[in-house]
Design a protein around this ligand. Sequence first.
Ligand code: NAP
Ligand code: ZN
Ligand code: ZN
Length: 350
Amino acid sequence: MPIARAYAAQSARVPLTPFSMERREPRAHDVLIDILYCGVCHTDLHHARDEWGVGVFPLVPGHEIVGRVAKAGGAVTRFKVGDAVGVGCLVDSCRDCAPCRQGEEQFCIPGAVGTYGSRERDGAPTQGGYSTHITVDENYVVRIPESLPLDRAAPLLCAGITAYSPLRHYGVKAGDKVAVVGLGGLGHLTVKLAKTMGAEVTVLSTSPSKRDDALALGAAHFAVTSDTDTFTKLAERFDFVLDTVPAAHDYNAYLGLLKVDGTMILIGVPTHPTPLSAFPLVMRRRKLGGSLIGGIRETQEMLDFCAKHDVASDIELIPIQKINEAYERMLKGEVRYRFVIDTASLRAER
Ligand code: NAP
Ligand code: ZN
Ligand code: ZN
């Protein structure tokens, strides 16, 4: 069995440290992937610190995986050795329920198999992409278009699809006024994709220092949420608010920024619930929705869209040895705009 080097959290209260594990030999429909890059999603941190109370340890995080096929099972038809491929948040699902049949495996009724912190259908624990290799069924693997740089493509596998899917599902179109709350990994890709779809984007941020970046990423406007007059100046302004913030904050204030019939979409997942008042929804017939990553087919569609429109993540490439520091910087909102692990640093480790 292939041995993968990795970094794992042994419990919720300790830093990630070196770890090694076996990956399964490719079965008929599997590919073994040499991982080149893995993005660092805020969800990795929520899991590594067990902030959602679903912890499975030891845990190797990482679900923004890009690499090359090293070995393909005998029945694999879609990929060959050497192909540039990606794996996102899912590595399997029941394939039979209504959402699976519709290509929305993220909503699999018995439960999709997460790339880490989950269990394969045979019961084996799943471990993620902060590692040198992974074995995945070809049906849960996507192709990275040639024109995308592999390191800057990695964050598209979670942050990219998480931004793309709600923009499509909720029907954001050219000319719509869209507010993006929080300019981090998800936020910066939401700005790029919404702008590419023709929307007029406003970034709402806690960080005044991100103004120039927001405008360079494609936003038309930028406002700081700690300025008391932001919520009065921008009241009733937007068709959509996409909220990427990972910490508790007042949803009611952001609902007030929507026009009549406007929609607020939650994609950030705070660790604590927030009280919701009926008034901002009732008084303007506004809607509050959510969105979870996207299915495998839509992930491929998103990658092809990004290749066509030259969209990729802004990244800071790090060696795996800097992962704990990267988590601390992510918590301070310092990431510009996604950390990506170069797994050459894992291969070099003795
Ligand atoms: P990130 O890179 O850390 O970005 C989050 C941004 O939110 C920060 O850069 C900061 O932007 C803002 N922020 C942070 N703390 C805040 C606070 N206390 N109050 C207000 N704003 C704050 O995180 P990410 O990787 O984009 O992930 C964001 C959230 O989405 C996480 O909860 C993650 O688990 C979730 N997620 C959901 C899905 C899904 O399918 N729905 C998929 C992936 C991730 P400013 O400096 O601009 O304020
Ligand atoms: Zn993620
Ligand atoms: Zn299913």
